[in-house]
Design a protein. Structure first.
Length: 356
């Protein structure tokens, strides 16, 4: 068995040939199927992620997120969260790779970029939650935090709700100034404003910030619309939260992974009995929360490995359909399986373009 590499050129060609809308729509559909299966008990939620926290001079975290399908494969994303990356190194805040291993042999079968995959699947998950919880006539979206994640968040919402107007805010003037250009392909009215105005006027708010631990909230719980829905994306560390506690306590709060959200999401300030339905229930049984569309709701998105597993499926499918990706003999294959010094059984060279 050799390894399928889906590298940056392949990702660029998938986006270019498939199109952003078709890629996002398939991601939303595939994640919907996956979370429905979780609710029905045919798929298990992924284990909690784990990782290392990196201190100064460049603080951040490196995490690993595993998901196993017994007898088939194990998918593991290794992801780094480094808020200083854009300014110091010109790199995305979130970088990573997704690896898939054959569950029988343990051999590496796929290795894929995780930057675009993470951004798209996170936007798609928010779209699923918003489809179930947001008022169906939501036309004004507030974006608090306008970095890379804001692009795919807004894109996914625009495919789910009748969005017309976008109110945006970021503590970084350069990010805010470039946001309208980065989402121009959506054809929406985008205006820079303040968190206070966003809180007053938005039907849906997405918070996707790099706020430091203990420095929240990123907007105040004042004069928000009765039917406001919030997609809280940025809480991914113990002590890091974006929303006012008073807003959480009077909202229907729905997590992607209840145990993980209680540990490091917005839900870390709540108890288990204060949580609403999980994302799996929202997706599989939207009628059970239909009456919530007229009240305050929050989706607590911490990100789970099931999403990465399903997102990798999507990219492998498109690579197959388009004849993209390269197979390479990455793992050493000794001719004698019990003698690691024996000559390798095949050449460690590129073996041609990927075919199904």
């Amino acid at each position: 068995m050799n390894t399928l590499l889906i590298a940056q050129d392949d990702i660029a060609r998938i986006i270019g040939q498939v199109g952003r809308d078709a890629l996002m729509r398939r991601m939303i559909e595939r994640l919907s199927e996956g979370f429905t299966a979780v609710h029905r008990g045919t798929v298990q939620l992924s284990p909690l992620r784990d990782g290392f926290e990196r201190p100064d001079p460049v603080p951040g975290i490196i995490e690993w997120m595993p998901h196993r399908v017994g007898g088939d494969s194990t998918t593991i994303k290794t992801v780094a969260y480094s808020p200083a990356n854009p300014d110091r190194f010109g790199l995305p805040t979130i970088v990573g790779t997704v690896a898939r291993y054959d569950d029988i042999t343990g051999c590496l079968s796929v290795l894929c970029d995780g930057i675009v995959l993470t951004a798209i699947r996170t936007g798609a998950v928010s779209a699923l939650a918003s489809r179930a919880l947001a008022h169906p006539d939501s036309r004004t979206v507030g974006m608090i935090g306008t970095g890379a994640q804001a692009v795919t968040q807004l894109h996914a919402l625009s495919l789910t709700l009748p969005v017309e107007r976008v109110l945006a805010w970021d503590t970084d003037p350069a990010h805010l100034a470039s946001f309208a250009e980065r989402v121009a392909f959506l054809g929406l009215d985008v205006r820079a404003t303040t968190p206070e105005e966003i809180a007053r006027q938005a039907d849906v708010i997405t918070t996707a910030t790099s706020i430091e631990v203990g420095r929240g909230p990123v907007f105040q719980d004042t004069d928000v619309r009765e039917h406001l829905h919030v997609n809280a994306i940025g809480a991914d560390l113990v002590g890091k939260t974006e929303l006012p506690r008073s807003l959480l306590e009077r909202a229907l709060v729905c997590p992607d992974h209840p145990l993980q959200a209680l540990r490091e999401g917005e839900c870390q300030r709540l108890t288990h009995d204060q949580l609403g339905p999980s994302l799996a229930q929202l997706v599989a049984d939207p009628a059970s929360v239909a009456d919530a569309r007229g009240r305050l709701t929050v989706f607590d998105s911490t990100g789970i490995a099931l999403e990465d597993h399903l997102a990798l499926d999507v990219f492998v499918e498109f690579a197959t359909e388009l004849g993209l990706g390269t197979r390479v003999d990455l793992e050493y294959r000794p001719s004698n399986a019990i003698d690691p010094y024996s000559p390798h059984s095949g050449s460690a060279r590129l073996v041609g373009q990927y075919t199904s």
